[in-house]
Structures are given as structure tokens and as C-alpha cells.
Write a protein that binds this ligand. Structure first.
Ligand SMILES: [Zn+2]
Length: 300
């Protein structure tokens, strides 16, 4: 073999070897992060969570930093792609220019899957940052379920659920496990009770009623979230997706009777008491979308 051929062969061998090595070394790890605001450290009031509130701009910066902490933890655990979905109010709270540029940001609303927009079966794990307890939870900071002005409670297949459980069931529809929830201690425990013991949690504050908390400082919360993200992703294969059995029976209990009157106008929806409507769906995502239509109708 002439010297030139040996060189060409060596080059080809090296090229193939390095490609194979790369694919062995880089297992795909796609992470989806849904970010609400009420469960961010230091936040206890709508002056901080409402875009017209006087403390909103500093609070959205704390929110962005908690997400950055989770993104860092995810890449430390070997993530190859991170998608962040802004999930609070207008869904334009996270400051794009201050978010870790290695992540993608889903921002704005309305979007079909709302707090879970962007999730699909290609993801390996889901993380909830800044979540809050469901409506009617004692000592749950800023507790509510989707809409504080219209929802008393939501049950699916007979189980009362907050945003954490419902969004976990959307992830479960795509067979993706939720591995970490952060927020006040109460929401962490509430979601863990529904999703199972393996779920990791990072409690960044302890509610003292609805509008007060004993909280970690933002800096300390960020350290905790980065660490918990890494731990949760490293044990992700031990955590099962939250999969509900079809058919899915939705029961929406409104705050006022006229809200159920409006919801009942939709043919698939039946009234069950003055403030309560029910419907059934075989497709969880379609059922979730119908539930959101009912909530939108109630807001008038
Ligand atoms: Zn929110």
C-alpha cells in the first residue's frame, strides 16, 4: 500500500471513530421546564406577580434567575437540549435577554397547551419551577387552580388536582415523567402525594397564610434548585410518568353559578349542581383544552 493510501485510510478511520465516539458519549437528554411565578422565592403578593404591580420587575428577575439555576443543573446532569415554557399570566415574564442562551424559551399566550406548551414524546424529563398549591390549600402561598377568579376546584377521574397534577398528567400523556417540583413547601408535598415518593422537590419557602412566607433568599433558592435539578435528572429513570387511565372524567367546580350556566352551553358538557359541570374525553389533551375553554367562558 502506498503512503498516500495509508494516509487516506487513517484519515477515514479517525473520522468514523470520532463520529462513533461522539454518539456513544452524547446520549440525547431533552428537558422541558414549565415556570410559574407564585412559587418563586420571595414572592407572596400580586404586587410582584401582576405585570402592573409595583414590584413586578424585580420579581420577574428572580423568576428568570431560578430558571437559569435549573438550566445550569440540567446541563450539569448531561442535558443536550432544554426548552423553557413561561407559564404565568401573560406568559411573558421571563426576561429573554437574561435567560441562559443555551436554552430555548417558549413565551407569550395564548398557546394550545398553555403551561405545557412545547412538551411531546421526544422529551426525557419535565421540571416545574415556581409552582403553587391548588385552590383552597391552607398556608399555600397565592393558592389557586388555573383561575383565581373562577375556579373553586377541579377533579379528574375523581381526584382533586392542582396545576402541578394536571400538567404532570399532560406530560404523562406523552409518557414523560415530572422529576422535580419547586415552590412553597405545601405545593411540593401536594404534588409529591399525587405523583409518588420518587419525585424530587425543592421547597424555597414556607407559607404563613396566603400572602406571607418564611422564604429563602433568591440566591439561596437558586443554589438549591440547581442542585436538586442535577439530582432529579440523575435519578430520572427511577421516576414513572403520571399516567391517568382513560376515559378522563373532568369535573369543574366554579366559584359562581352563572359560570356553570355558560359552560353548559357546550353540548359535550353537563351540569351537575349549581356551580359544577362535568364532561368525559378519551384524549387527555383534548379534555384539557375543553376545560380551558370552560374557564375562559367563565371569565366575563
Ligand atoms: Zn401563575
Amino acid at each position: 500500500m502506498c503512503r498516500k493510501n495509508v494516509l487516506i485510510l487513517s484519515f477515514l478511520f479517525l473520522a468514523i471513530f470520532s463520529r462513533v465516539g461522539l454518539s456513544f458519549g452524547q446520549e440525547k437528554l431533552k428537558i422541558f421546564i414549565s415556570v410559574d411565578m407564585e412559587g418563586i422565592a420571595g414572592i407572596v403578593h400580586s404586587d410582584q406577580t401582576s405585570s402592573s404591580g409595583k414590584d413586578y420587575n424585580i420579581a420577574r428577575r428572580w423568576m428568570t434567575k431560578e430558571v437559569n439555576a435549573a438550566i445550569l443543573g440540567a446541563f450539569e446532569a448531561g442535558a443536550t437540549e432544554v426548552v423553557v415554557n413561561d407559564s404565568h399570566g401573560s406568559m411573558r415574564n421571563i426576561i429573554p435577554s437574561e435567560l441562559n442562551p443555551k436554552a430555548y424559551l417558549v413565551t407569550g399566550s395564548p398557546k394550545p397547551l398553555a403551561m405545557m406548551q412545547g412538551i411531546d414524546e421526544t422529551f426525557d424529563a419535565v421540571i416545574f419551577i415556581g409552582y403553587h398549591a391548588r385552590a383552597g390549600t391552607d398556608d399555600g402561598v397565592l393558592d389557586h387552580t388555573y383561575s383565581g377568579s373562577s375556579i373553586h376546584s377541579i377533579k379528574i377521574n375523581g381526584l382533586e388536582m392542582g396545576e402541578g397534577e394536571i400538567n404532570a398528567a399532560i406530560a404523562g400523556w406523552y409518557k414523560v415523567p415530572v422529576v422535580l417540583v419547586t415552590g412553597d413547601r405545601i405545593v411540593c408535598e401536594q404534588v409529591k402525594r399525587s405523583l409518588g415518593e420518587e419525585l424530587e422537590m425543592a421547597a424555597v419557602k414556607e407559607g404563613v397564610g396566603r400572602y406571607a412566607a418564611k422564604s429563602l433568599t433568591p440566591e439561596k433558592a437558586q443554589v438549591l434548585i440547581k442542585e436538586k435539578t442535577r439530582i432529579a435528572l440523575e435519578k430520572r429513570k427511577t421516576i414513572k410518568p403520571f399516567i391517568l387511565d382513560p376515559p378522563f372524567y373532568f369535573e369543574v367546580n366554579f366559584l359562581r353559578s352563572y359560570m356553570a350556566d355558560s359552560a353548559e352551553l357546550i353540548p359535550q358538557v353537563e351540569k351537575k349542581g349549581a356551580r359544577t359541570v362535568v364532561f368525559t374525553s378519551n384524549n387527555f389533551v383534548e379534555g384539557f383544552k375543553l376545560m380551558r375553554v370552560l374557564i375562559s367562558l367563565a371569565r366575563r
